[in-house]
Write a protein of this length. Structure first.
Length: 143
């Protein structure tokens, strides 16, 4: 779920953009300097949602292959999660490759605390993708 925020506290436990906005306004209203609250948040750098077009059924097969390779490719301090695709977390960012549940594409996201970290993570994750889908064409999401 790219950009979705789920609330269980004082809500029904599902994602709701309007409610997320209202909760943010509630937090900001408690401060005499709302800009200071926002400025105190850490800066991060992220790619837009990226897609790799695949044949029908291919994304889940590729995801399984990526998950299998990740354990021998990435070492500490990287932390690997295979709950929904492949997510690799580093102290300075993360990379995510997962199968879309609605279209035959792989969905990719990369984020870092610095631009350099984001690019390093993207490069490492794309190198892994190249091993299971040589020549994969990475493009922007068709939203």
């Amino acid at each position: 779920m790219s950009g979705h925020i789920f609330f269980k506290e004082r809500w029904f436990g599902f994602d709701d953009g309007t409610y997320a906005g209202c909760r943010l306004l509630e937090i900001l209203s408690r401060s005499s300097d709302p800009s200071a609250v926002l400025n105190a948040l850490p800066t991060s750098y992220s790619t837009p949602e990226l897609n790799v077009s695949c044949e029908e059924g291919e994304p889940h097969r590729l995801t399984a292959q990526l998950q299998a390779l990740a354990e021998t490719t990435f070492s500490a301090p990287a932390q690997i999660s295979t709950i929904d695709g492949l997510r690799v977390d580093w102290p300075d960012g993360f990379g995510l490759i997962r199968a879309s549940n609605t279209t035959p594409v792989l969905v990719l996201r990369f984020e870092g605390h610095t631009s350099e970290a984001m690019h390093r993570i993207e490069t490492d994750m794309l190198a892994l993708l190249e091993r299971v889908k040589p020549g994969a064409q990475v493009g922007g999401a068709a939203h």
